[in-house]
Structure formats: C-alpha cells, structure tokens
Design a protein around this ligand. Sequence first.
Ligand SMILES: *Cc1c(COP(=O)(O)O)cnc(C)c1O
Length: 388
Amino acid sequence: MSNKKFETLAVRTQSETTQFSEHSVPLYLTSGFVFDDAEEMRASFAEEKQRDLYSRYSNPNVNEFVDKVCLMEGAEAGFAFASGMAAVFSTFATLLDAGDHVVSCSSVFGATHGLFTKYFPKWNIECSYFNVNEVETIESLIKPNTKFLYAETPTNPGVDVLDLEYLNAICKKHKILLVIDNCFATPYLQQPIKYGADLVIHSATKLMDGQGRVLGGVTVGKKELIREIYLFARLTGPSMSPFNAWVLSKSLETLAVRTDKHCENALKLATFLEAHPKVQWVKYPFLKSHPKYNIAKKQMLLGGNIIAFEVKGGLEGGRSFLDAIKMCSLSANLGDTRTIVTHPASTTHAKVEAEVKAAAGITDGLVRVSVGLEHIDDIISDLKQALN
Ligand SMILES: *Cc1c(COP(=O)(O)O)cnc(C)c1O
C-alpha cells in the first residue's frame, strides 16, 4: 500500500472488513474488547499478542486514523489524542524531565505558549524563545539540558515560515530532537519528517477535519519515541474517542482535494488584498512578496489556507473591518469550509503584553483569514465591501 500516492492512501487505508462486508468502515463504539480465554488475555496484556484491549489504549477507528496520518507523514508510528493540545501536552510531558530545557519559536499557538510560561516553570522546565525572524540566534540558546527544538511552520497568526532543513541541521549538530507542529500545513502540503523531524504534532481539529465538527490531535514519528508517548497516554487517558476518529478518518479521504481548493482560493484572495489601497501589507507563503517565499516553495506543495494582513488604521481599523464583515464568520477556529476572520489584537491576544505580541508578529491592525470553500468571488466581495 505505501508505494501508492497520497490521495490513494487517504482513500484506501481502511480497517479490516467485518463479516457484514461493509464498504464504508463502521463506527466501533466500544470501551473494551473480549478475550477467548485466560491465556489470550494474559498474552495480550503482556503485549505478546498485538490486539485491541481497551479504548483508552487503542480502538479500530482510532488505529485507522493513526495509520493514515503515519502514511501521509512518512512516519513509523503514532498516537491519537482528544485534541491538538492533548497531543502537544502529552508529547512534552513524555519527553521532558524536571530540569530540562526547551528551545521554541516565540510564534506558537496561544495554549502552547501557556504551557511553556505558566505550567512548565512549576515543574522546573525552562523554555527559551527565538524570534521567527532571527533564526541565526537559535544555536546560542541551546544548553546542555536542552531536550528539543519546537516550532510551527507556517506560524499562527503571523503566517511566517521557518526553514525545516535549517532547523534540522541545528538539531542534528547539537543532538537534540526536532518537534514540529504541522497543523497549518497538513501532511498534504508539508512533511517535516522528510527534513529530519523526530516528531510531528497535529491539531486534527483544523484542516484535517476541515468542517469544524470535532476536536482531535495526533503525534507521529520515531517508533521508540511514540512508544514512550503511548505508555504515558495509556496511563493518563487523553486518547481520541472512536467517534471522532471515525469522523476524522473519513475527512482525511478528502484532505487533498479540499486543501487544493482552500489554497487556490487563498492565493486569489491574497493577490486581491495585496492590491487593495486600505491594506498595508499581506503575508501568504506563496505570494512572491513573502519574506520566506523561496523556503515556502521548497518545503510546501501549496501555500495553505491562512492569510495575515494589516488593515490601515491600527486597532480601530481592525475592529471596524471585522464589524463590517457580512458573510464570513467571526470565530476563533480555522481550517473550516466557512471562511473565518479574526482580529488577534482585540480578541485572542488582547491581554498579552506588548513585547510578547510584537515577538509573535501581532500588530494592531493584523487580520487573520482562514480561507474557506465558498466561491472565491463571494469571499472577495465580502472582504472588499468591509475594507471599503
Ligand atoms: C488549534 C491548534 C492547536 C490546538 O489544537 P486543539 O485541537 O484546539 O486542541 C495546536 N497548534 C496549532 C498550530 C493550532 O492551530
């Protein structure tokens, strides 16, 4: 199977057919699984026999979802979680001991930033941030107790791009792990393992689901690391529900075709915005004006569905732009069929200190658009009337 192309793997990787010969994989809503006799039960718990024991550990729907993501990312193994943050936290909690140190890009998802700054200090785990535009400073932040380098690319909400090949070279030189949150790109657009990443994390809630229905998360990568993450998760219980896995596995069947259209719409919208007089600047990885356009072209198949742009008029300009939006949704989610606009400075990042905001590239007039699957003419016309 694994010599097949991405789209084929997404459609044809399925759980074994049951005695009912169903074509579409059924939903296995069961908390536990039964054994024939004491010996089978003993051998299964001793892991001499590979099978499902209890849905906190594994479940056929969850296994199918994980298998697909592994094939898509070129990973050896994986584990699925109830949410993206459960994947991020469980991965960190497994890898890190008290006294360890992490180097991370400062432009990370808000809740991940919260883990680094609010909870890790109480376990004596320290985090040093590098600015997305100053990657030459990364090496100077690495210490003898640094466990891993962490980054998202493209970043949220600034849509900056980090060079995966460059990050990996640093990690290999200093013998630390490279952990990438690949949520914005999806495995269809970018596979960090090809560039040497040891672990790749996803919030499946975003483009993987693609329709804003369920939460989910997944970590894939090196077998021996996933084994440790599995042992942690099996005790602590952050596993993905079979229902969400069933929904998400079906969603992955259409990931490529959906993402193609998302990216086509996003490039058209970014091009429109760039030419608009009320727009100061636009950042989209596949616009030639993006500072890391060449890196984006090297490591991404297409530019993704997220655009950042600066509305003229600062905080008030951003707020009144949002108020004038008629069709698009004002919501915190992203990667939905419906186009979503957010204004981080007055919402998600309203309470963040000025210097932290600046380091994450959040300016007062910054608007983030998660471009959906409506007809591009209607998306453009809504943003156009709101700008005017
Ligand atoms: C949304 C998101 C997360 C968290 O995922 P949830 O499923 O909401 O818990 C983590 N990283 C990135 C980049 C995200 O966009």
